[in-house]
Structures are given as C-alpha cells and as structure tokens.
Design a protein around this ligand. Structure first.
Ligand SMILES: [Zn+2]
Length: 547
C-alpha cells in the first residue's frame, strides 16, 4: 500500500515537473473544458446528475442512432465580444472557421492525408456539418454573427458576464436551435472551453479566444488552423480528451465505462504538445503504434491535428440524435422566407426561477407569427433528458394573436432543473419552436403527479362562460369549492357535495378573461388546478353542458 502510494506521488510529481517545465505550458492553456466541468460537478448537483445520466447511455440501446448515416446541419451563431478593434474579428475570419469545421468533420482536411497508415481505416466522416445561421430567433435575416462592444478587457472562464447581455457579454440564442460560439479575449491565455451536454441553457455552447479562431486575421500560430473550435465542439458533443483527464493512470478513460465498446483510441497518459513524429510512445502505450497524438481531442498544434475515430463519431451522433436532437428541427440555417404557417413559443410562464412543488403544471405562451390561422398544435415538453410529455391542441389562433396553455403536469426532482419545450410538426420557421427554462425546486413534497386530482374542463375555457369540475375520488365528499384569481382574491366560494363521477358546471359569466385557480377542499384533502378563461366576445353564457 505504502510503496504504491509513494510511487503514485512520485509519478504525479515527475509528471507535474515535466509539464510545468515545458517551455510553452505557462504561455497557453489549450483547453479549459475539464476545469469548467469539475467546477460544475462541484457547484451544481443537477448538472452532475444530468452529466452522469448522459455518461450512462448504453451504446447497445442507441446503436441505431450512432450508426445513422444522415447528414446533420448545425446552425451556428458567433457572439463576438470585443474591447479592442483587433478583437472585433472580421467576417472573413469567422467564415474561415466554418470552412475548417466542415473540412474537419468530413475528414476533407489536408492534414488527414498524413494519418499514419495503421490508422487510416479509422478516419471517419461524422456527417455533421456547420452553417452560419441565416435567420435569428425572431425569424429575421442574420449573418450568424452578433457583435458586442464591451468594457471588459478579458473574461475569466467562470465569468457569468460572458453569457449575459446585461453584464457586458451576449445572451445565448436558444440552444435547441443554434450552436452558440462566444469569441473574446480569455484570461490565463486560455484558447477555449466548452459546455458538455447537461449544462444549463444560458451557458450551453463553446467559448474561443479571438487568437485561436479561424485561419486568418487575429488567429495566431500555432493555433491558426481553426482546430481549437473543432476540439471544443467535440466536447460540446460529449467527447473527452483522448488521454481521459485521468492524471496519468492508463485507464483509457476517454470513453465512459458504459461505452467501452466504442473505445477505439489507444491509452494515453497525458496531453501532447507541439507536433510529434510517428510513432510517439508513452507510459500507457509503450509499443508501436503508440499514442494517437494527431486526434482532434489531443493538444497537438493545429496543423498536426487530423481526425476523429469511428468511436468518437458514434458518441457524437448519440448526442446529436438524442439530447441535442432539437437542432435537427431548426431552420436557423435557412434564409427567411415568406411563411404562411409559423407558430412560435413566445415565452415560458411556468416554471420560472423557483417552484414550490415537485409536481409542476408547465405553462407557455404561443404566438401566431404567420399569416395563416393556426388550427392545431403539438407541444412536446420534458425535463432535460428528453421530451417525455406531449399535448395536442385544436382550435383557432389568428395571425398575430397569442394564447397560452397550461400543460398536463409533470413530476420533477429537487434542486436546479431545466425544462424544455418544442413545437412539433411542420412549421416553415422552426427557429422559434424551442424554449427552455431553468428553475429551482425547493420542496420535497408532492412529487407524485399521478395522485388523484380534480379535473376542470375545457381548459382553456374558450367561447363559453362556464367550466366543468369533476372529482376523481371514489367517495362522496362535502367539499368547499373556490375560484381564486392570480392575486389571491377568492371570487367564488360554495360548499357542495361532490359525488364520484359527477361533473359539476360552474358559472363564470361574471368573470373576466384570465388565469384562475380552482381549489377544492374536503376533510382530508385540498386540491388545486389552474385554468385559463378566454370566453371571447360571443361566448355562450352560463353553465356549460358537462356531459
Ligand atoms: Zn479540451
């Protein structure tokens, strides 16, 4: 025990000595993704849970998506944050970065010709392609570039300002419709970092130094071939560093244990700096062909990076066909066009910020941005990890009008959560069909949404001035029925006997349009349900027929 402990200490010490004495280590930090990741694991329990669940995805279950051969197009927006004119990089430089990505992810890059013969069979086209966004989240024309003049002279890795327009950076565009790339001056001479899948929406993208973006302009040698971005997007698609960030242990941890079937990269002890000559051996790969230092997920200089392996491509495809699959429905890469039919998620009204109940009733506002009347909507939603629930609506939403929906309830865990919403179906402007909301749940009770609840229908009430209430209890109950408005005023209160299966009509003729809480209290229970009241000009008066 003792000797192996000291052996390890000695090895770590020697490793540190080698790294620290490297002439270039003090000058640049190639990638801070693992620092960002460790910080998040420690400071955000929900991120830890989400990340671990992603790592537990079993390749056998997702093999089909991993092997899918369709080409996926990712709309990209670059947020340029500049304090000096040099940092306000040119459009040409940004376009050169998109070119690099499309070459690298297709293995059309010139450097891939130099892949050692032993690994040429592993060069794999990911079929993932990148396009500068052509329409913004409002559906208007964009060049896929935002430019923000800022007083901030350099950003640190954990600086929330980066991701916030209000604080001197730029808000993310919806992550379900775009890949966000922030470009700025980073502290510690860092070249970039990425958010792994599982990150919260406002920071879910990648950050690149203006000195390491693209292959012209301010891009500085040896990081002027655009491969920092290639590497960071690899992280954004869940790839780990090729040495596994495992501090010199030859465990081959660049793939999670659930996905070892994908692991087609050699064991490697530590990052590789500068350019190497094949074969390069280390303490984890002691014999020819040695380590795969030319892999995009190493730290080799830009010009010596060459390819992703099939295992890495499969892991990226699992993410892009799964957790990030909303991107596939985005029209952000298409020029704005006349769209007769365009439903948009206008805003998320619930959950926001804090939820006092683990059983939530999500609420969103939908706007008709098109010319045609919307007669039908399919809304999918869920906690980040998948859109587990869906809601179907038919009705009439005229051009320019908004309406909101209270969606069937969904149970959640405590702590920081993310809920995502997506409009499904055909919509010619889908950049506005996605929204996400971060919120915190601070109650341990009531997580079970399947308990008996009263139902109120129709919800929303539209075109009539009455609502039906039905108890799901199996015994008659003398109950106090109340209707309460959003500021807590009781507008209706009556004791009535609720029998199993009975549907009781309530008269809303004196009510104004709005959102109300229906509350029913018995001896042993108190249940509430929210409903929306939109009777319209010509609504039918009085109690409605509930059968
Ligand atoms: Zn990295």
């Amino acid at each position: 025990m003792k000797s192996s402990y000291y052996g390890k200490v000695l090895r770590v010490f020697l490793f540190s000595l080698i790294i620290l004495s490297h002439p270039l280590f003090s000058q640049e930090h190639r990638c801070l993704t693992s620092e960002w990741h460790s910080h998040k694991l420690k400071s955000d329990a929900a991120y830890k849970t989400r990340f671990e669940s992603i790592e537990s995805i079993n390749i056998f279950q997702d093999k089909e998506s991993a092997l899918a051969d369709t080409t996926l197009i990712i709309p990209v927006v670059f947020h340029i944050l500049y304090n000096t004119s040099e940092q306000n990089i040119s459009e040409e430089q940004i376009v050169s970065q998109i070119d690099v990505l499309n070459e690298d992810y297709a293995v059309n890059n010139a450097s891939s010709m130099d892949v050692p013969a032993v690994w040429t069979g592993l060069k794999k086209d990911s079929k993932i392609r990148f396009v500068l966004a052509k329409r913004d989240p409002n559906g208007n024309f964009t060049k896929g570039i935002t430019r923000t003049s800022t007083n901030i002279t350099e950003y640190t890795i954990f600086d929330p300002a980066l991701f916030s327009t209000a604080l001197g950076g730029h808000d993310a565009w919806p992550r379900g419709s775009y890949l966000n790339v922030w470009v700025c001056k980073l502290g510690s001479n860092a070249l970039g970092f990425a958010a792994y899948p599982g990150s919260s929406a406002p920071t879910d993208g990648i950050v690149i130094s203006y000195k390491a973006l693209g292959r012209n302009g301010s891009a500085a040698s040896p990081y002027n071939a655009g491969r920092t971005c290639t590497h960071e997007i690899g992280h954004w698609f869940s790839l780990n560093h090729i040495w596994g960030d495992d501090n010199d242990n030859c465990l081959g941890k660049d793939f999670p244990v659930t996905q070892t079937e994908l692991d087609d990269t050699p064991n490697q002890a530590a990052p590789t700096f500068r350019c190497k000559k094949f074969p390069e051996l280390d303490e984890c790969s002691t014999v020819d062909p040695g380590i795969m230092y030319m892999n995009y997920m190493d730290y080799t200089d830009d010009r010596c990076m060459m390819f992703f392996t099939p295992g890495q491509v499969a892991k990226m495809r699992i993410i892009v066909d799964g957790l990030r699959d909303s991107l596939k429905l985005s029209s952000g890469h298409l020029l704005p066009a006349y769209t007769g039919y365009d439903a948009a998620i206008d805003s998320v009204l619930n959950p926001v910020r804090l939820a006092g109940d683990r059983c939530l009733q999500p609420e969103i506002r939908i706007k008709n941005n098109g010319a045609d009347t919307i007669k039908e909507l399919q809304i999918a939603y869920g906690l980040y990890q998948g859109l587990q629930k869906s809601f179907h609506w038919t009705g009439n939403l005229a051009s320019g009008d908004t309406t909101h929906f209270i969606l069937p309830e969904i149970g959640t865990n405590m702590g920081n959560q993310v809920m995502e919403f997506r409009l499904m179906g055909t919509d010619s402007n889908s950049v506005n069909n996605y929204a996400s909301a971060g919120f915190k749940v601070n109650s341990a009770v009531n997580e079970n949404c399947s308990t008996c609840k009263i139902s109120a229908y129709p919800n929303p009430v539209s075109g009539q001035r009455g609502i039906c209430v039905k108890s799901c209890r199996n015994q008659s109950q003398l109950s106090l029925v109340r209707i309460i408005n959003t500021i807590g005023q009781v507008l209706f209160e009556e004791k009535m006997n609720l029998n199993p299966g009975d549907a009781i009509p309530l008269d809303l003729t004196s009510f104004q349009s709005g959102v109300y809480l229906l509350n029913i209290e018995g001896d042993l229970f108190s249940e509430s349900v929210r409903f929306i009241y939109l009777p319209g000009e010509n609504g039918v008066n009085g109690p409605t027929n509930c059968n």
